[in-house]
Design a protein around this ligand. Structure first.
Ligand code: BGC
Length: 414
């Protein structure tokens, strides 16, 4: 059956030569359940509905998407894949290799995606030359968020080196403020770890260690220093950190209970949803060091039967990459548009800094994929690294033992 190409937004697709009417339907699996995330995904639900689509929501709570990916596997194994799935990075390719993704090239070509998406982003959305996913945004992972009043009251500036961060944290701790809001979940440990590796080792080291998985880099003195800094950070989190959701950690910064959070800019979505203003109520700065860790959210369509579902996939793909959605969604989500032709005038200072740094790091070769958010490595490799990072953070394991375990775990993950 030929797929429908939407030359213009149409609410009803009529199959050529027959009287069959396909109304776009989509069951959408995603993990956007926090305040800021829910507000953002609502933008897509509304656009889909106002274009005649019927949206069946399948939210699977759990930051970073681990629970959502487990739910996805169960659905695919049961032969009942959702229509559209929040999926990103190498996981898109892994599902493509299993032969279960739909080809959305007809929409991509009709909409001219190749002309408006940076090549680096388009590369993640293509599977052996065909378009297999639609990008939503660019999240930056290497951010520090801070409560502006707490810093001012303690005479602290946003840190620009890890030593400055540690000095600020010591001062805050002495003043009875929790220095670092953190949730002890594996993906959050991994998020902090990758910013530390980037900051301490620099972009080239990050590439060697966490993208190329070079054994020498994994066991180097630089990696030992990164684990030392993780041990130091462990001393700055409160005793109730275990299992805490990331958005509750953001709330601790919001209400002044804690000073800093190291988290991607979906945290900004939480601040904004709570009515907070960047530069006034909260501050943003990239984590110490050079480089930029990108994390592109995208949706892949799964092979499903039924003209209504196929029409739903085409409509969703078209809306996701269209300029209006890219703007409104990202204003809520904390990220920046994936398209290069959406103006950032209405975006805040953090988003503009992100776009500026993305351009500069892309030119200098220090724009890097986030390992913690599934942009750099296959699932088994990323999982092997995260297991060691979490085991180290939650024990008194030495940094020397951690790097050895890291190299062994990576070697066994292929
Ligand atoms: C996703 C974000 C999401 C965050 C927290 C990241 O991996 O890319 O869209 O907001 O996880 O759930």
């Amino acid at each position: 059956m030929k797929r429908f190409a939407f030359a213009t937004v149409s609410t009803i697709a009529i199959a050529a030569g027959s009287s069959v009417v396909a109304e776009p339907q989509a069951e959408v699996l995603h993990w956007w359940t926090s305040g800021g995330e829910a507000k953002s995904v609502a933008v897509l639900q509304e656009e889909f509905a106002s274009n005649g689509g019927t949206w069946t929501d399948m939210p699977v709570a759990g930051g970073g998407g681990d629970a959502a990916m487990t739910a996805l596997r169960a659905r695919v194994l049961a032969g009942n894949a959702p229509t559209a799935v929040q999926l990103k990075g190498p996981a898109i390719q892994e599902w493509y290799e299993e032969g279960v993704l739909a080809d959305i090239s007809s929409v991509a070509e009709a909409e001219g995606w190749a002309d408006v998406l940076p090549a680096s982003i388009a590369g993640h959305m293509k599977c052996e030359g065909t378009w297999c996913a639609a990008p939503v945004n660019v999240h930056r992972v290497d951010w520090i968020w801070a409560n502006a009043d707490v810093l001012a009251a303690n005479g602290i500036e946003m840190p620009t080196t890890w030593d400055e961060f540690n000095a600020a944290a010591d001062k805050l701790q002495a003043a009875g403020v929790i220095p670092l809001a953190h949730g002890g979940q594996a993906w959050q440990d991994a998020t902090v770890f990758e910013t530390v590796v980037l900051g301490i080792g620099g972009p080239e080291f990050f590439q060697k260690a966490l993208v190329d998985l070079d054994p020498e880099a994994l066991t180097s003195d630089t990696m030992v220093q990164a684990f030392d800094q993780m041990r130091t950070l462990r001393g700055y989190v409160d005793e109730n950190f275990s299992g805490r959701d990331w958005n509750l950690a953001t709330a601790m910064v919001m209400n002044g209970e804690a000073a800093f959070q190291i988290m991607g800019d979906w945290a900004k979505g939480e601040f904004l949803a709570a009515g907070k203003t960047p530069g006034e109520d909260f501050l943003c700065a990239s984590t110490p060091g050079d480089g930029y860790l990108y994390n592109v959210d995208s949706f892949a369509m799964f092979d499903v039967d039924g003209d209504d579902k196929k029409a739903g996939q085409d409509l969703l793909a078209k809306l996701i990459v269209a300029p209006n959605f890219q703007k409104v969604f990202n204003l809520n989500k904390g990220s920046i548009p994936a398209r290069t032709d959406v103006g950032l005038d209405d975006f805040d200072i953090c988003a503009n800094l992100s776009a500026e740094d993305m351009g500069a790091t892309s030119a200098s070769g220090s724009l890097l994929p986030s390992y913690a958010h599934g942009m750099a490595l296959r699932g088994s490799q990323a999982g092997a690294i995260t297991d060691v990072v979490t085991a180290h953070f939650n024990s008194d394991m030495s940094s020397a033992d951690a790097v050895q375990q890291l190299a062994d775990a990576v070697a066994n993950s292929y």
